[in-house]
Design a protein around this ligand. Sequence first.
Ligand SMILES: [Fe+2]
Length: 133
Amino acid sequence: MTYLTWSNDLAVGNTFIDGDHQKLIDMVNRLHEVMQEGKGKDVLGKVLNNLITYTREHFRREEDLMLRIGYAGRAAHLHEHEKLLQQVVDLQDKFESGAATLSIQVLHFLRDWLVNHIGKSDKALAEATRNTP
Ligand SMILES: [Fe+2]
């Protein structure tokens, strides 16, 4: 069963942002899948690492776009990205050191963050992009 399904509700109407988000959703689903399959720490660690790496790349692309259009909401948006990255890197450290396991709560957190951030912040950015000549 797919954990998080892409739908038009999640579309922000910007081709590259929507494409990135679909890939992020695929990667969250992949993490869910390997957790459900009871894969070992090595596999989980790799999948988590891929997700974090791609998230960084995606955030950078959005941040470049914000700079390009002189986006007024840039500082607040960047803050959301940085806070999330801090949280997941912290989680990764705890996971790698054995101080924490990856739980379904972690996935719920990622899913909720993604859905909220896309629905509010990324939609606002895409809207601003359309309104910038
Ligand atoms: Fe964003």
